[in-house]
Ligand binder design. Structure first.
Ligand code: HEC
Length: 208
């Protein structure tokens, strides 16, 4: 293509940018110009004279998570639930493992042994092992409520996990109790947890 032809084609293309107003442009302009209520404006349509109205009492936003009956960690007599109230499938455990790695592993270790880098730098009481010891003997309903409400310096994870995801994490945490580490991340976690337990058993270290 000659340079001259190329220049002609470019100037034609640029001329297209200053095109005339189309029907669509006019419709959009009409919508833009029409009388409308601004959020903070006045309105004769409502008794309080405001455009912005509060949602009626009891309104639930579409994105709100509704707590199903499984949203409590208690049984009918008020004690901690002794089992997970969902059917524990391989999918539920996989979901629980995935969420555990994202939300719990930073403190409790990749495998739940309590040997995270955060735990190493945390003054006791540290994030405990969920594989062995007292926290690994807690009833499922107690683990659920610790996740939902937080405990001591552990924050609540209610906003990060739906009720069924919380139970998925609980089911996963129950499934690894007493088990050996499964991969290298879990072995590192177990090794660091053992070193931390030794450090704690020595009592406060007096710096020279
Ligand atoms: C920011 C660090 C942190 C994260 C993240 C964290 N925890 Fe904890 N967790 C702790 C600490 C610290 C304790 C001990 C609190 C204490 O003894 O005061 C604890 C205690 C617990 C306990 C024992 C509760 C009891 O009644 O003794 C369970 C069970 C538990 N965590 C489960 C979880 C699960 C499951 C997750 C992920 C959803 C999680 N934690 C995320 C720091 C954390």
């Amino acid at each position: 293509m000659s340079t001259a032809l190329r220049l002609v084609m470019m100037s034609l293309a640029l001329a297209g940018c200053g095109r005339a107003q189309t029907d669509v442009d006019r419709w959009l302009q009409r919508m833009h110009d029409q009388p409308k209520a601004g959020a903070y404006g006045a309105s004769a349509a409502f008794p309080d004279g405001k455009v912005m109205q509060s949602p009626p009492t009891g309104t639930i936003a579409r994105e709100d998570v509704l707590e199903p009956s499984s949203g409590v960690g208690r049984d009918s007599s008020g004690g901690y639930a002794a089992s997970v109230p969902l059917v524990v499938t391989a999918d539920l455990l996989a979901r629980g493992r995935e969420r555990f790695r994202v939300l719990c592993a930073a403190c409790h270790g990749a495998g739940g042994f309590g040997g995270s880098v955060v735990a190493e730098n945390w003054e006791p009481p540290r994030p405990p092992s969920l594989r062995a010891g007292p926290a690994a003997a807690l009833p499922p309903g107690r683990v659920y409520e610790a996740v939902r409400d937080g405990f001591g310096r552990m924050p609540s994870y209610a906003a990060d996990l739906t009720a069924s995801d919380r139970w998925a994490v609980v089911a996963y945490a129950l499934s690894f109790r007493g088990r050996e580490p499964a991969d290298s991340a879990e072995r590192d976690d177990a090794r660091r947890a053992a070193a931390l337990a030794r450090r704690d058993s020595l009592g406060p270290v007096v710096e020279p």
